[in-house]
Write a protein of this length. Structure first.
Length: 346
């Protein structure tokens, strides 16, 4: 019950569990388009009340147990915690892939399990926590154990000082369609999980982020993988982690850095991952940091590269297991080249 214990008191507010009821408070004047959500209210109700581009939703300290979905027509929306501390505002729910839907129409599936979903272009999220506290131990008969904290599509989606908490498939960085190259930017974010917990086909840049692998009560290794990109073959850029760090709550070498995900619905995918200028802790298997998801798609044929990483998990002992960028190639793998004319970091 680690996750639920963590979240119950995270905001330091009595009565923090909030039902998905109530109306958002409006604040306006002088061209301002701001909604405030306080304990007892609903973040989803605020999203529903947005009637055009450029709104800001300010969420005040508390734990909001609900599913939040931002549709494509809520463009240029900003969702932020009222304080600068992302621990103060927690949006959390507990659906998994294998969780039955209340209407009896089947299970949620991986994407449908997400606590937070957005398809809106120009989304900005900052200073809060997005979590899925579904636990395998509580549901031993459930086979679909993916439980997503955030499922993000839509071009120009930006996250700053956001905590993403779950176990399997924590953060799904995706695109609105198979043939689109939506861009996402994560800055000073914290992401934790165990199996494939940063995955998808978006062009996603993680700058100065902290990835943390959880201890997992299993008797096999690897216990999981940090990244599972599924980049489209036509997309020159997939996932980039730069000036970040990777730590672990598990024993040394228990985790892999990545494995390629070639979905059954997109077998032409050519996963792309670059990890550069990043400190990799001992929790990552330095000898063999990559593995296969399916044998017909070996990781060696994918676009996996590293550059100037440090730490015990980055030590090169078997060179053929650590594909690296040459110095002249590194210039093509920066936030500027990945995000093109969009500069959320400016």
């Amino acid at each position: 019950m680690r996750r639920r214990t963590l979240l119950a008191g995270i905001a330091g507010i009595s009565g923090g569990l909030v039902a998905a009821v109530g109306s958002p408070a409006f604040a306006g004047g002088a061209g301002r388009r701001v909604l405030h959500v306080r304990p007892g209210g609903s973040v989803q109700a605020a999203v529903d009340a947005v009637d055009g581009p450029g709104w800001t939703i300010v969420v005040h300290p508390g734990t909001y147990r609900e599913v939040v979905k931002v549709p494509v027509d809520k463009a240029e929306l900003t969702l932020r915690g009222a304080t600068r501390n992302p621990r103060d505002v927690v949006i959390v729910h507990d659906n998994a892939n294998g969780t039955p839907k209340p209407d009896g129409s089947g299970t949620y599936g991986t994407a449908g399990s997400a606590t937070f979903t957005s398809a809106a272009p120009g989304l900005t999220v900052r200073d809060l926590t997005l979590a899925n506290d579904w636990l395998r131990a509580d549901h031993p008969d459930t086979t679909g154990t993916q439980a997503v904290a955030a499922y993000v599509t839509g071009d120009r989606s930006s996250f700053g000082h956001v905590r993403f908490l779950a176990h399997q498939d924590t953060l799904f960085v995706d695109t609105t369609a198979l043939d689109t190259f939506d861009r996402q930017y994560f800055h000073h974010c914290y992401i934790e999980g165990d199996v494939d917990f940063v995955f998808g086909r978006a062009t996603a840049v993680f700058e100065e982020c902290h990835f943390h692998t959880l201890q997992r009560d299993v008797d096999f290794t690897p216990k999981g993988m940090v990244f599972a990109p599924s980049t489209a073959r036509a997309n020159p850029y997939g996932i980039l982690a730069v000036r970040s760090r990777i730590t672990s709550g598990a024993e040394d070498g228990a985790y892999k850095l990545a494995r390629p995900w070639v979905p059954s619905y997109e077998t032409t995918a050519w996963p792309s991952l670059v990890v550069r200028d990043t400190r990799i802790g001992p929790g990552i298997d330095a000898v063999a940091p990559y593995t296969n998801m399916r044998e017909q798609y070996p990781w060696q044929t994918m676009r996996f590269r590293e550059y100037r990483n440090s730490g015990p998990g980055a030590v090169i002992t078997v060179p053929e297991n650590r594909p690296r960028l040459a110095a002249d190639e590194a210039g093509s793998h920066t936030r500027k080249t990945y995000l093109r004319d969009w500069r959320p970091y400016a």
